[in-house]
Design a binder for this molecule. Structure first.
Ligand code: GDP
Ligand code: MG
Length: 170
């Protein structure tokens, strides 16, 4: 009881998928329509209580642009958890998410808890990636999967809460 567990967490995924928006929603409970592009990476921290324990997430929100790709290992190496984000309205971003998962599997730490987040779940009419397809992919690759919306807040805290629970179990 009453322990604080520090956990480095990284968000990876294509530019524009909503990584910064998910962090802003989780950390500040806010959403902005015109979120500025991240340059390099941004750092945030937020605590989450699970039963009588506390996880302090040290969050690295990466840019997602290809020109910053070489920096990514600095953020995912030693990470306790990674959230790979795609945009459900953008099939190319799902392809890119799978590439991130492959890179994490090849270069990352095998103990890193991996989550796949299909973001912008509020934009159902523009959907290009089905939940079934993403769920099947996640199951095959040992990730847990949720569709999220930084805009409506659906499943955002839940992703972090699920990660915190897994961290405390491990
Ligand atoms: P990042 O490049 O992955 O950090 O993406 P951003 O967080 O900068 O978001 C890119 C754009 O998508 C911004 O205009 C956001 O307002 C928008 N956005 C992010 N999350 C959502 C969401 O869940 N729903 C909708 N409709 N728009 C979102
Ligand atoms: Mg960003």
């Amino acid at each position: 009881g009453n322990k604080i567990r520090n956990a480095k967490l990284v968000l990876l995924g294509d530019v524009g998928t909503g990584k910064s928006s998910l962090v802003l929603r989780f950390v500040k409970g806010q959403f902005v329509e015109f979120q500025e592009s991240t340059i390099g990476a941004a750092f945030f921290s937020q605590t989450l209580a699970v039963n009588d324990e506390t996880v302090k997430f040290e969050i690295w929100d990466t840019a997602g642009q290809e020109r910053y790709h070489s920096l990514a290992p600095m953020y995912y190496r030693g990470a306790a958890a990674a959230i790979v984000v795609y945009d459900i309205t953008n099939a190319a971003s799902f392809t890119k998410a799978k590439k991130w998962v492959q890179e994490l599997q090849a270069q990352g730490n095998p103990n890193t808890i991996m989550a796949l987040a299909g973001n912008k779940a509020d934009l159902l009419e523009a959907r290009q990636v089905t939940a079934d397809e993403a769920k099947a992919y996640a199951q095959e690759n040992g990730l847990f999967f949720m569709e999220t919306s930084a805009k409506t807040a659906i499943n955002v805290n839940d992703v972090f809460y699920e990660i915190a629970k897994k961290l405390l179990q491990g």
